[in-house]
Design a binder for this molecule. Sequence first.
Ligand SMILES: [Zn+2]
Length: 161
Amino acid sequence: MEEEILRIYNNFSINNLDTFFDELISYVNKYDSIFLKYTSLEYLDAIKKLDSKNLILGHSDDNFEIAIPFYMNQINKGLNEEELSNQVASLIWDLSAYMTDEECPSCHDSNLRLTITASKTSQIIKFCDECLYTGINGKRVDIEDDLIPASKSIVKSYLKD
Ligand SMILES: [Zn+2]
């Protein structure tokens, strides 16, 4: 499991995020029984179906050229199965959850990302990575479901309005 993710990370190129992302998703599919220990089935099923073709990748303030070597270093120092699963899941999130220019109204520490619920409505929910704020149409709401990245078509329709 470790050698394989290191190989994927080693092939990272900022100019080819699509291939990199799809390799991460294939990795989750291959080791889904391990990921399932640390996430809900509904969330995992949604993540396993993510496809670079249907997403806008890399639109955030994350610097992946710094993050990937840092992640590789963490693995080389020794991560357990849960830490490794969480690292991959958070990388998938950072790559694919579209970050808007809108600052979080609650903590002001991060910009809001566009997400939908894993149960697949097209209702856009804005989400803050820092304080876990969730909002619909500018109002704070409590969401019970797991959130997944909004698809390219949902992001595009949001940007048009
Ligand atoms: Zn916040």
